[in-house]
Design a binder for this molecule. Structure first.
Ligand SMILES: [Zn+2]
Length: 64
């Protein structure tokens, strides 16, 4: 499931992938479209957020 960052609507990757058929950018641009509000964004998961949170402290330790 993907959660829309704009309205919080939960939808499946298949529902969001409807964008990719008629996307003005390119076919299969990788963005998902919220069926509720039309907001387009790259699909992220809690796993991605977890990885981000794990990488952040390492960067903060002085390794730029
Ligand atoms: Zn939405």
């Amino acid at each position: 499931m993907i959660s829309c960052g704009m309205c919080g609507h939960d939808f499946t990757n298949e529902e969001g992938a409807a964008c990719q058929a008629g996307c003005p950018i390119s076919k299969g641009c990788g963005l998902v479209t919220c069926p509720a509000c039309g907001y387009e964004f790259p699909p992220t998961s809690r796993l991605v957020e977890l990885v981000k949170s794990l990488l952040k402290p390492r960067n903060a330790l002085g390794r730029t």
